[in-house]
Each structure stands twice: as C-alpha cells, then as structure tokens.
Design a protein around this ligand. Structure first.
Ligand code: ADP
Ligand code: MG
Length: 339
C-alpha cells in the first residue's frame, strides 16, 4: 500500500481508543469540560450503563454558535495556545481531543447557549459532522448539554469489550464520585434509567467527603494539613483500624485532578507499612497541591498519570506527612519491656 494520510474520522476513532475507552471515560471527559467552563451544577443522566445514552447538562459558560463546529474539531481547544501555557496548565482539558473522539464513535448532539445568546444552538452528527452542517436554534438555558447515544455503534470490535450495563454503570458512578469529591463547591447529580442515584448540593469539602465516603470513614479519619517547600497536602487519612480488604477508598488528587501514580502509591504504602498488615489497604482522601510547573500532566491521553519534576522531594513529603500524622495518634509502643 502507498503511504497516505488517514481519513479524519478514522484518526478520531484511533484517538477515541485511548481517550474514551468506556462510558465512564466519556463521562469524565465531558464533566471535566463542564467544570472547565465554570459550571456550578452538572447533571449526568445515563441509560443502559451509558451505552445507550449519556446526557450531561451544565450551567457553564457555553459555546458561541460560530464556535460549535470548532468544539468538535480535533486539536481545537480554547484552553491553551502555547507550550508555555501547557507547562502551567490548570484546566482539565488542553488536548482538544475529547469531543471529536466521542463524536467519531457515537451519535452526538451538542446544544449550547452563552450568557449573551437568546436561545441555544444545536449541532449534531453520527460519527462525524457533515461538512455543511449549520447550528440550528434550540431551546436551552445558559450552559451546555451533550448527548451521546449508542457509544461504539460503529466500532463493533470496541463495543464487544463493553461489560454488562451494571458494570459500566458502576464505573461511571465511581468516576463521577471521584470528580465530585474534589469539587465540593459544585453541585452534581446522577440518574440511571430514570432513577436518581445521587444528588450532591454545593457545600464544604468535609460535607462532600462525608456524603461520598460515609460517616464510618469520617469518624476514623485523621485530618491532615501539611505545607512545605511550596507543596501542600490536606485531607483525611483513616486510622489503620479502618483498613480495607480492597483499595476501594483511596482518593488522591494532584491539583484537583484524579491521579493514579506509582510514586504516590508507594509513599502511602510505606507510611502505613508499620501499622497495617500487608493484605490490608489504607483509606484516604488526600489533596496534593503544588505549582503547576512542578508536575507534567501531559503524560497520558486520559491524563490519569502525571510526572513530578522533583519526584524524590514529593515522595518524601507525602511519606513524611502521613507517617507523622499516624504516629501522632498512635504513640510509640513502650520500649522498656524489650530486651
Ligand atoms: P479540551 O477540553 O482539551 O479543550 P474538548 O474536545 O474536550 O477539548 O473540548 C473542545 C472545546 O469545546 C473546549 O476547549 C471548550 O472550548 C469547548 N467545550 C467543550 N465542552 C464544553 C462545555 N460543557 N461548556 C463550554 N465549552 C465546552
Ligand atoms: Mg475536554
């Protein structure tokens, strides 16, 4: 075969394989867009675990009529315009990949209204937007609604990897709870098959933590607040007596971003090592903040991984902070009986 450039939709479908591998990833991307658009409230509605329908409505800044086609275009973003800004990026998004990726593997409708519009504008497509598509007027309050139907309808190989509706639903539920935990000043709601799953009012970080992690965790959690060398760690970490059989109550955020990181995991494991049996998992909700230039978030298309510039310093700070907090509530065992 001769070398040629792939068709646009296929390029987007390839990207979709990394960015939106299942309904939960679609919800994460779209809700993060709502938060980047300064929404105060985000409502998520699912049918069939998100495989039939994902509808996300926000009251954020909206997208101007003339920019609707751009929002669905690959590598188009309103969030950064230079390498310099990428290195300091504070928004969730910056790659301009989520919407075109989702569009390429679904039937998508986008309705949006800015503060100055008199009504909303709608643009929709199946797999792609027709070259001559024009936004049509549609009723909407200021903000944006994305509707994603029949995810992976045109990529059967991917569709086959989807699990049952209830499994996909569980992943969405988890993903949304993780985001909501880090954004207590925003309201969130989740509905599935017409039934309300949860509704979280805007409030304090502590109220949100209790609502999502339960009173039992809250009661056995130590409040952490440490600041050093431009780094800050705060949140709650449970006493070893509240350990879990699964790592299912472990939330770690880097500058408000949900992150899975080996360095972080190892720092926490080590901090608990003396107090916890190796088959048990600690529970924590921790927020780590540092200057955005100290962390590279552009490591992974779904941005679940990060790279710390000063990884040893970060590791020592996390380990030290947690270890100290645990030691302060668990005095050292008496030494004088030992020989
Ligand atoms: P990115 O988030 O990386 O910029 P996306 O493909 O997720 O890329 O979104 C493309 C653009 O569409 C965003 O930069 C933003 O300008 C706009 N956009 C997407 N979702 C929303 C929303 N809910 N409210 C307002 N603008 C949005
Ligand atoms: Mg985005």
């Amino acid at each position: 075969m001769a070398i040629r450039i792939l068709p646009e939709q296929l390029i987007n479908q390839i990207a979709a394989g990394e960015v939106v591998e299942r309904p939960a990833a679609v919800v994460k991307e779209l809700v993060e867009n709502s938060l980047d658009a300064e929404a105060r409230a985000v409502e998520v509605e699912l049918e069939g675990g998100g495989l039939s329908l994902i509808r996300i409505r926000d009251d954020g800044n909206g997208i101007a009529r003339d920019e609707l086609p751009m929002a669905l275009t690959r590598h188009a973003t309103s969030k950064i315009e230079s390498l310099d800004q990428l290195e300091r990026v504070a928004s969730f998004g910056f790659r301009g990949e989520a919407l075109p990726s989702v569009l390429s593997v679904s039937r998508l409708s986008l309705v949006s209204r800015t503060a100055t519009d008199e009504h909303g504008w709608r643009l929709a497509g199946e797999g792609a937007i027709a070259a001559d598509a024009q936004p049509q007027p549609a009723p909407h309050s200021p903000g944006t609604t994305l509707e994603v139907r029949d995810l992976f309808y045109n990529t059967p190989a991917r569709r086959k990897f989807m699990r049952t509706e209830s499994t996909e639903f569980r992943h969405v539920d988890q993903a949304l709870r993780r985001i909501a935990l880090a954004r207590p000043e925003r309201a969130f709601a989740l509905r599935h098959n017409g039934r309300e799953v949860f509704r979280l009012a805007r409030g304090s970080a502590e109220a949100r933590m209790k609502a999502l992690c339960g009173e039992a965790f809250a009661d056995s959690a130590i409040l952490i607040e440490e600041e050093r060398l431009g780094m800050r760690l705060w949140g709650w970490t449970a006493l070893p007596s509240f350990s879990r059989a699964q790592p299912d109550l472990q939330y770690f955020f880097v500058n408000g971003r949900v992150v899975r990181d080996k360095l972080v995991a190892s720092a926490l494991r080590r901090a608990y090592a003396d107090a916890l049996h190796s088959t048990r998992y600690p529970a924590f909700v921790l927020f780590f903040e540092l200057d955005p230039s100290g962390v590279d978030v552009n490591v992974h298309p779904a941005k679940l991984e990060v790279r710390f510039r000063q990884s040893a310093t970060v590791h020592d700070f996390l380990f030290g902070s947690i270890q100290r907090a645990l030691r302060d509530v668990r005095p050292e065992p008496q030494q004088h009986h030992r020989v």
